[in-house]
Design a protein around this ligand. Structure first.
Ligand SMILES: Nc1ncnc2c1ncn2[C@@H]1O[C@H](COP(=O)(O)OP(=O)(O)OP(=O)(O)O)[C@@H](O)[C@H]1O
Ligand SMILES: [Mg+2]
Length: 739
């Protein structure tokens, strides 16, 4: 108790948080929902360990998931204590492994000046190596090899430890080995290697391992649910037998399964470190009641959970606003109008975020923000028009209207790969220099002697001709498809789906583009009906949106990001957009239960980012893959109790308005709660989303309810005890409402 009173650090913590922060130097797992103060507990524990002299800055290892989180933790710590946080081993997995390898480059068999390959560099090395080995892209696509190598490394496996099931796999494994020795010769290290190499040194070098195991007496990790096998193994090696391994996480927020994250690490941890019970934090300090009710109700639909609940003392707050717009453009406009209104009411832009499931969705939103002059920042990603595949497609378009654009030509002359290698490009550049012409001129001259260049010249000439004759969407399609660009991204595995989506979204942009409304005036006498005019104004709009409005460092700007990138963050106001079946949950996830549950966890993460105000928006129609699609509202919206929702309709013709006036059910929405406008909210004294306690089954949440002749029937998820249906007539005495 003395520590308590002498330390301002601990004031304000609730009793469970206090238990966690001041846990003795023994392994512990804090298992708690979003906004319950896990990150705060972890940071405060570090400060407390330092302040009470139980640890020094040198004896702590603390790991977070993103650079932003690591920086924030450093900031918070230095605000709490006058310590040199820089000396501390606090950072991301990659950051810490990098530091480790810099210190122990000799043991790692690396040159002192070893360099790190980012994903782009890694791909270049792989391409170069495949060329040296005379393996064509058709036999092994560089990106799929990259994905293969990284996945193996993340699993802790070297080429020598793998066995092949077929000849293709054998070749992949051989390439993996060849790639590793090439990197070794050149003294370069990729991201996955940072981790694997650090792990292997610790594993094989007894002296180093016992040095670090003696040094770190406290190992702490945030977002533990998203660690993969290798990361967990690395932490265990560093912690050794003596260190107090303090892990905090939330199984409901595990959203990196596709990168090998294993929630099972949490149960493994309990077992391997002999921890009998996790520490649970059940009070949420982030969100108002309605937002929490929504989050609890959605996640209760998942079967595989460790089980926990959240309550708040913040009051119910405002209802969650739901808007179904006619189309994606109207949806974006609604968001922009609300952002403006909230800003007028005094909310800084930086306190608001627009979240979406996939990056391609940012385009329409960016356009609306750009037009409204609202500063925004895309966080953890590039703006739409800055993305590689978009710039590539636009380079074709630029060449079509101006073949002398050297930058555009250099960008795509060999993208997709068409056999015009570095040597040929040098020749073109030399010829252009000599004759003082554009690269295009030089290329046309060299075409007679080089069939590959000739094919490229024909392709561009064709596009040039088309640009004067066909519509903008058609010429855009030609730039994306005839150029081979789409095919190029399609044949590559890994994160290519994102690029394909973006290219399709670019086509949507061309379909929706109205040159007359773009505000561009050209000096020369362009006919606004001339296809060329459309292409030119489109390109100008794109380059303006790409660059000019970028919010500077420290500027108050609206935050745009995917739900994945929003993990761990919080905002006063959150707009969760594109809530439609097929988008969120994504169509790829719906086939299997695990996929759908992962999407639901993502939805839970999204909802719980909001502190005070949450908007859920969706569009009835959306341009997808160049076509108009009619979408159902996301099932996740249906999973939220209606009592906490407030439906808005921005457009008098919107579906909700129409349904309310005609009381007709749209066949598309027969399943949707949006259609059930007069569903009652009280079920014999109970409500959907309520947390209840039952004498026999313990704590649960009401996930469904129907009225009966007498009383009501409640469907309650009791976590480990399973989902039960109870009639209030019999069960009322045994049930108490918790919140
Ligand atoms: N005891 C407390 N009193 C007041 N505010 C608190 C308390 N504990 C946490 N908070 C605040 O609640 C918010 C959420 O805390 P924190 O980010 O640590 O939660 P979390 O469990 O890490 O959430 P997530 O799962 O989203 O990462 C923060 O603004 C934090 O400062
Ligand atoms: Mg956190």
């Amino acid at each position: 108790m003395e520590i308590l009173s002498s330390s301002g650090l601990l004031t304000g913590l609730n009793s469970e948080q206090l238990t966690a922060v001041t846990w003795p130097a023994q392994p512990a797992l804090v298992l708690a929902g979003a906004g319950s103060g896990k990150t705060r507990v972890l940071t405060t524990r570090i400060a407390w360990l330092l302040q009470t002299g139980q640890a020094s800055v040198h004896s702590i290892l603390a790991v977070t998931f993103t650079n932003k989180a690591a920086k924030e933790m450093q900031l918070r710590l230095s605000a709490l204590l006058p310590v040199s946080v820089r000396a501390m081993w606090l950072g991301t997995f990659h950051g810490l492994c990098h530091r480790f390898l810099r210190l122990h480059y000799q043991e790692a068999g690396l040159p002192k000046t070893f360099q790190i390959l980012d994903m782009g560099d890694q791909l270049s090395v792989i391409k170069r190596m495949l060329k040296q080995l005379n393996i064509s892209d058709e036999i092994i696509a560089p990106r799929s090899l990259q994905g293969f190598i990284n996945a193996q490394k993340e699993n802790g496996l070297r080429a020598s430890q793998l066995s092949a099931r077929d000849p293709h796999e054998r070749q992949m494994i051989e390439c993996y080995a060849a790639y590793d020795s090439l990197c070794q010769n050149e003294g370069v290290v990729d991201f996955a290697e940072l981790m694997l190499r650090s792990y292997q040194i610790l594993q094989n070098n007894d002296v180093l391992r016992s040095h670090y195991q003696n040094r770190f007496n406290h190992v702490l990790i945030d977002e533990f649910q998203d660690t993969n096998k290798l990361q967990y193994a690395w932490l265990k090696l560093l912690a050794g037998k003596q260190a107090a391994f303090f892990a905090v996480g939330d199984d409901d927020q595990s959203i990196y399964r596709f990168r090998g994250a294993e929630v099972a690490n949490m149960t493994r941890f309990l077992h391997e470190f002999n921890v009998s019970e996790p520490i649970r934090l059940e009070q949420n300090y982030r969100s108002v009641g309605n937002i929490l009710t929504a989050a609890n109700a959605v996640i209760a639909h998942n079967a595989s959970r460790l089980g926990k609940n959240l309550r708040t003392e913040a009051g119910t707050g405002e209802k969650i606003r739901v808007l179904q717009a006619i189309n994606d453009i109207e949806e974006a406009q609604f968001v922009v109008d609300e952002v403006k209104a909230l800003h007028r009411e005094g909310l800084d832009y930086i306190q608001m975020a627009i979240l979406y499931r996939s990056n391609a969705q940012s385009r329409v939103l960016e356009q609306a923000l750009f037009r409204a002059g609202i500063p925004y920042k895309i966080y953890g990603g590039l703006r739409f028009y800055e993305r590689q595949e978009i710039k590539n497609a636009l380079a074709y378009l630029r060449l079509a209207v101006n073949p002398d654009d050297d930058n555009a030509l250099l960008r795509i002359i060999n993208v997709p790969t068409r056999g015009i290698g570095a040597r040929s490009i040098e020749n073109i550049q030399a010829a252009a220099n000599e004759a003082n012409t554009s690269l295009w001129q030089a290329a046309t001259n060299l075409a007679a002697k080089n069939s590959k260049i000739a094919a490229f010249v024909r392709l561009i000439e064709n596009l040039q001709l088309q640009a004067t004759q066909i519509s903008l969407p058609e010429i855009m399609a030609a730039a994306i498809y005839d150029s081979g660009l789409m095919e190029y991204y399609r044949t590559q595995k890994g994160e290519q789906q994102e690029r394909i989506n973006n290219l399709e979204e670019l086509l949507n942009a061309a379909v929706a583009f109205k040159p007359q409304e773009s505000g561009f005036e050209f000096d020369s006498d362009y006919d606004p009906n001339d296809p060329l005019f459309a292409v030119l104004s489109f390109l100008s709009t794109a380059s303006l949106e790409a660059g000019e409005h970028q919010a500077g460092q420290g500027e108050d700007a609206l935050q745009l990001m995917t739900v994945h990138a929003a993990k761990g963050l919080e905002f006063d106001g959150v707009f969760l957009t594109g809530l439609e079946e097929g988008l969120f949950p994504s169509e790829y996830s719906m086939a299997e239960r695990d996929g759908l549950e992962e999407e639901r966890r993502l939805m839970y993460v999204a909802i719980t980012r909001a502190r005070k105000r949450l908007y859920l928006t969706m569009a009835e129609q959306r341009l997808l893959h160049g076509q108009t699609h009619f979408a159902l509202p996301s099932r996740f919206v249906d999973e939220i109790p209606e009592a906490v929702l407030q439906y808005l309709s921005a457009h008098k013709n919107s579906l909700i308005a129409r349904q309310q006036s005609t009381q007709r059910t749209n066949p598309f929405h027969s399943r949707s709660k949006l259609a059930e406008t007069q569903a009652s909210q009280d079920f014999d004294g109970f409500q959907l989303g309520q947390n209840v306690h039952h004498e026999r089954f313990g704590t649960g949440v009401i996930i469904d309810a129907t009225h009966k002749a007498e009383g009501a029937r409640l469907t309650i998820n009791f976590g480990k005890q399973g989902i039960k249906e109870l009639d209030t007539v019999f069960a009322k005495d045994k049930l108490t409402i918790i919140s």
